[in-house]
Write a protein that binds this ligand. Structure first.
Ligand code: PLP
Length: 392
């Protein structure tokens, strides 16, 4: 069958593919551990689950408004006010199927054929493919582990052209866990605006930043440049709600309307009772998030302690999300000469799934998720360390 050029140009999500491979091995009876997971290993808080159940029992099972229930959009606006002291209206918020659909809609609305989109690398797997689906051209701006994988305005300047339309920022980052301080984030945004480049800031991990680092959002900058910035966030990581598919965008009203038009011709509203759950989450205290944050901070330290013993690996200290992204190419040899080969060997010999850095645009690294128990993390990282020592 002949498919469109559009779909032929994109890759399946590498992270989903690795997890599928691990599940396949498990189904064959293998005891496989996955450090490839992109979701918190905590249950969704019970009050959120109950709110969705109640909604079902009450027959709240019909279409809602395309950009989300007004109460939920208002609650999202309340989140920005409570967390960052930024006032906005519900008309400046759209609720979509995860941060993923938010990003997809934004790129569909902002990017024309041939427009260039700057993406600092390593990047979240879906950005370049989403840009291509919008017929844009992803332009990767590489960063180094020695610089904590943080991009500078000078580096962005080198890759910007007259066709550059959008810059995608992500903090804390998937896959590196590295995080921009607010001043630094705003400096990048100021540079973009001065070049008439629209900024999409992906903040889906903003609640998972580990002290002394502090969450940083471009929402305050957005109030000063409403037609040049959009903030993407969601509840997947915040409340461990990955399967519920709740994401949202804060943006200028006309942009929200344009995204709503795209959403209205594709998926329509997010699942009605999932929205009710999301509302309960946003309106309640964030107590569970604090517990989750403390666990992740502890596991981050645990992971860094063990990776620190891998002689030859370079690993910046992540300040958020639940990933570490060590550079491990010092262990490559004639047989194992790429991150994909290395992950294959680790899966085959140790039955541990990781995601190759190549999927995130850096073949020197591997992504390790610490959204697993302390015991599994310790055991897996020690075994990987021993395997690397055998290779190196
Ligand atoms: C950086 C980043 N952005 C966006 C998403 C999308 O998440 P969701 O669609 O579940 O909100 C993810 C998920 O892994 C992510 O890591």
């Amino acid at each position: 069958m002949k498919f469109s050029k559009r779909v032929s140009s994109i890759q399946p999500s590498a992270t989903l593919a690795i997890n599928a491979k691990a599940q396949e091995l498990r189904a064959q009876g293998e005891n496989v551990f996955s450090l490839a997971v992109g979701e918190p290993d905590f249950p969704t808080p019970q009050h959120i689950v109950n709110a969705a159940k109640d909604a079902l029992d009450q027959g709240f099972t019909r279409y809602t408004a395309v950009p989300g229930m007004p109460e939920l959009r208002k609650a999202v606006a309340g989140y920005f006010s409570r967390t960052y002291g930024v006032e906005c209206s519900q008309n400046e918020v759209i609720v979509s199927n995860g941060g993923k659909q938010c990003l997809y809609n934004l790129l569909q609305v902002l990017v024309d054929s041939g427009d260039e989109v700057l993406i600092p690398g390593p990047y979240w797997v879906s950005y370049p493919d989403m840009v291509q689906l919008a017929e844009g051209i992803p332009v990767i701006v590489p960063t180094e582990p020695e610089d904590d994988f943080l991009v500078t305005t000078r580096e962005l300047e080198q890759y910007a052209t007259s066709r550059t339309k959008v810059l995608i920022l992500n903090t804390p980052s998937n896959p590196t866990g590295c995080h921009y301080r607010l001043e630094k984030l705003e400096e990048l945004a100021r540079w973009a605006v001065s070049r008439n480049i629209f900024v999409i800031c992906d903040e889906v991990y903003d609640q998972l930043v580990y002290p002394p680092a502090e969450p940083a959002s471009l929402c305050s900058f957005w109030t000063r440049h409403p037609d040049m910035v959009a903030i993407v966030n969601g509840l997947s990581k915040t409340f461990s709600m990955t399967g519920w598919r709740i994401g949202y965008v804060l943006a200028q009203q006309d942009l929200v309307k344009a995204m709503s038009k795209v959403q209205g011709q594709s998926t329509s509203n997010v699942c009605s009772f999932a929205q009710k759950g999301a509302l309960a989450g946003l309106e309640d205290s964030f107590a569970m998030v604090g517990e989750m944050r403390a666990s992740f901070a502890r596991r981050r330290d645990l992971a860094l302690d063990i990776i620190g013993t891998w002689k030859g690996a370079v690993c910046p200290r992540p300040q958020g999300a639940f990933y570490v992204f060590p550079r491990v190419d010092a262990f490559y040899n004639d047989r194992v000469d790429s991150s994909t080969e290395l992950c294959k060997v680790i899966l085959e010999e140790e039955k541990i799934a990781l995601v190759p850095g190549q999927a995130f645009g850096d073949d020197r690294c591997v992504r390790i998720s610490y959204a697993v128990s302390d015991e599994v993390l310790k055991d897996c990282l020690s075994r990987i360390g021993a395997l690397l020592a055998r290779l190196g």
